[in-house]
Design a binder for this molecule. Structure first.
Ligand SMILES: Cc1cc2nc3c(=O)[nH]c(=O)nc-3n(C[C@H](O)[C@H](O)[C@H](O)COP(=O)(O)O)c2cc1C
Length: 335
């Protein structure tokens, strides 16, 4: 099974050499987290958090796209907004920063965003959505892709017709989260509908929703015949997960996930990077990741509670080192 996904841009074509991609995740997929994910997934396409085009124009959020080209692998920049000119300008800025491709968010269900006409609201305002794609395709050379859902209120909205039009205007790939905006995260991602759409479109289709491990990914690829899969919540606390799924698809073998000690060292590494780049605010961001990673081992819940309350980086590190020592002592006693 070929793993390459070929995308057409107006001036630059791209080849993605892995079927497994990292979702754009607001508040999660910053450059530091992507660096961790990249260790296990050298070929995967990783997405930035969604970036608001209007804010970017005003100078906010530029750190989210700065120095993308220094990352060792493909990074897609996701933009959300409902103003075609602003989105095109932001896309150009992202392209200049080294974006592998530009993705337009047409799926975000958050009320604050949809109310202003961005994210999933574009599924309703198809004329504007099509204009957005048309403008961005004209503005940049790299491929322009769209991430969307199966409908606004229901799946009876002829989403296929909408996707055909996006394809006609030059969208190079569509990622489908198999739920409607109304569903949010409830119910199940409808892989059957993704399969139906995959059959109709000529451009690559990426399946998204409820893919958390290699079995899910293999099942989803088989059921949908999609060109790839995109992983969202499954990465939280498990930055090796994209690499793990990629390995299973590529090699048809099980991957050895980091052991508890390695996971604890990973927390320290992540924290150090966050503090180095973001100062004290880094600790706040680290807390979220710690609570996701610190699970499924003896003493995890206790450690997690202590770590969340820790007041500074040194206290976090000391608690983790103490835990590693306890684990090693237990191992030696058993040996
Ligand atoms: C914390 C969080 C942040 C998200 N941020 C974005 C985002 O910035 N852009 C986007 O298109 N989708 C975003 N999503 C949706 C995911 O990319 C993905 O479509 C959804 O979680 C379904 O995939 P999953 O079942 O693998 O999680 C977010 C989801 C979560 C849980």
């Amino acid at each position: 099974m070929s793993s390459n996904i070929k995308l057409k841009g107006r001036g630059v074509n791209r080849i993605i050499m892995s079927k497994v991609m990292l979702s754009p995740l607001a508040g999660v997929t910053d450059n530091i987290f992507r660096r961790l994910v990249r260790k296990w997934a050298p070929n995967s396409l990783l997405f930035t958090e969604m970036i608001n085009a209007t804010s970017l124009k005003k100078g906010f959020g530029t750190q989210k796209i700065n120095q993308i080209d220094l990352e060792e692998g493909p990074v897609g920049v996701q933009i959300f907004d409902n103003r075609p000119y602003a989105v095109s300008e932001a896309a150009k800025q992202a392209e200049d920063s080294g974006a592998f491709l530009i993705d337009i968010n047409m799926g975000c269900p958050v009320k604050k965003i949809a109310k202003k006409g961005g994210g999933s609201a574009l599924i309703k305002d198809r004329k504007l959505a099509i204009e957005l794609v048309k403008n961005v395709v004209k503005a940049v050379k790299v491929p322009v892709t769209v991430k969307t859902r199966l409908g606004w209120d229901s799946k009876e909205e002829n989403i296929e017709d909408f996707l055909f039009k996006l394809q006609d205007e030059g969208a190079a790939m569509i990622t489908l989260h198999g739920r409607t905006r109304k569903q949010g995260f409830s119910g199940k991602s409808d892989w059957e509908m993704i399969a139906r759409i995959k059959k109709l479109l000529e451009i690559p289709v990426i399946a998204n929703g409820d893919i958390k491990n290699p079995d899910d990914a293999l099942n989803c690829l088989k059921k949908t015949n999609a060109d790839g899969v995109m992983i969202g919540r499954g990465i939280l606390g498990s930055p090796w997960k994209i690499g793990e799924i990629d390995y299973a698809i590529r090699e048809n073998k099980n991957f050895k996930e980091p052991n508890t000690e390695e996971k604890l060292y990973l927390i320290i590494e992540h924290l150090d990077e966050l503090i180095k780049e973001k100062g004290d605010h880094g600790l706040l961001i680290a807390r979220k990741h710690i609570s996701w990673t610190c699970k499924d081992f003896k003493g995890a819940s206790n450690l997690r509670n202590n770590l969340i309350r820790a007041v500074d980086k040194n206290e976090v590190k000391n608690l983790i080192k103490k835990m590693i020592k306890t684990l090693n002592n237990e191992k030696n006693t058993l040996a």
